[in-house]
Design a protein around this ligand. Structure first.
Ligand code: C2E
Ligand code: MG
Ligand code: MG
Ligand code: MG
Length: 287
């Protein structure tokens, strides 16, 4: 009797696993198709503002996937799939190419894009990036590539070489989600970058507990190293004021603007240059 129940449980578990695996394989196949045809991948743009003047200073390109059945999917759902399925370098190139095509019409506005470890480990990555910029007639100094701390821990030195080569050509680098990886301060000493982006968890902590110690430490480290500082995930007026007075250079978050479609961005761009910071841009929610 007990044995039979165990078998049933096992059979149920097996069914469930099969379902999960099937769903996963399907998502992977759909993503491969989306990347091959380039039709369902879109980019939303989140403005980044000066903490001192309130002017819009740049935009971050954030990828989305308009799945024919599941609707608009955010990167947290499909970037891990792309990474595991070996599709991330192809996806990264689509994002870069598409973002460059779009921003080439937006005067001199700088753009940042997120890159995964697998992209930076690719030997051909610097050349791919520089030729994409050249094709769209965009100065390398207008592009900032956001990477995470974990990428600097791989030990091979390949990512460091890639960063050095691109920085030599004028491309800028930022450490995204700064403070969430370990040995943040240590690794940032050795690798030359241009900016840290303080993760939202520290911004939330600041207004929840009033404890500004961590951010003060990050700002002073960044200042000592000549790095610029962006605070991410700014959602309240209080956070905006505190972050500005602690010396952050740039602010990004829903308080100021959510990520916008290309069309939404084009229609607010001219307005926001003069109003930024004093008025939030509210739009329909995006994931
Ligand atoms: P990230 O680069 O740290 O981007 C910030 C994320 O926080 C974005 O989520 C953005 O929409 C969201 N965000 C911005 N302001 C606020 C706020 O005030 N409150 C809250 N709650 N959230 C805010 P999103 O677009 O879902 O992107 C998630 C992550 O996916 C990104 O984090 C980035 O690591 C990754 N990602 C996005 N696009 C790409 C890409 O093209 N390639 C790669 N490799 N990764 C990407
Ligand atoms: Mg980012
Ligand atoms: Mg981040
Ligand atoms: Mg993130």
């Amino acid at each position: 009797h007990a044995k039979a129940a165990g078998r049933n449980r096992y059979a149920l578990f097996g069914d469930h696993m099969n379902q999960l695996l099937r769903a996963r394989r399907e998502l992977e196949n759909d993503l491969r198709h989306a990347i091959e045809t380039k039709t369902q991948i879109e980019i939303h743009y989140q403005p980044v503002y000066s903490a001192t003047t309130g002017e819009m200073c740049s935009v971050e390109a954030l990828v989305r996937w308009r799945h024919p059945k599941k609707g608009l999917l955010g990167p947290d759902i499909f970037i891990p799939v792309a990474e595991e399925a070996g599709l991330i370098t192809a996806l990264g190139l689509i994002v870069l190419d598409d973002a460059c095509a779009t921003i080439s019409a937006w005067n001199d506005l700088p753009v940042s894009v997120n890159a995964s470890a697998a992209e930076l480990k690719l030997e051909s990555y610097p050349l791919r990036v520089l030729s994409t910029l050249a094709r769209h007639n965009i100065e390398p100094g207008r592009l900032e590539i956001e990477i995470t701390e974990s990428l600097l821990l791989d030990g091979s030195g390949q990512c460091e070489r890639t960063i050095a080569a691109l920085r030599k050509a004028g491309v800028r680098f930022a450490i995204d989600d700064f403070g969430t990886g370990y040995s943040s301060f240590g690794r940032v000493q050795d690798v030359s970058i241009d900016r840290i982006k303080i993760d939202k968890v520290f911004v939330d902590e600041l207004s929840r507990s009033g404890n500004n110690g961590i951010i003060v430490g990050m700002v002073s480290m960044a200042r000592a190293r000549g790095l610029e500082i962006t605070a991410e995930g700014v959602e309240t007026e209080e956070q905006r004021e505190m972050l500005g007075s602690l010396g952050c250079d740039h602010l990004q978050g829903y308080l100021l603007s959510k990520p916008l479609t290309r069309e939404q961005f084009a229609s607010v761009r001219t307005k926001t240059v003069s109003d930024a910071g004093s008025k939030a841009i509210s739009t329909s929610p995006v994931p």
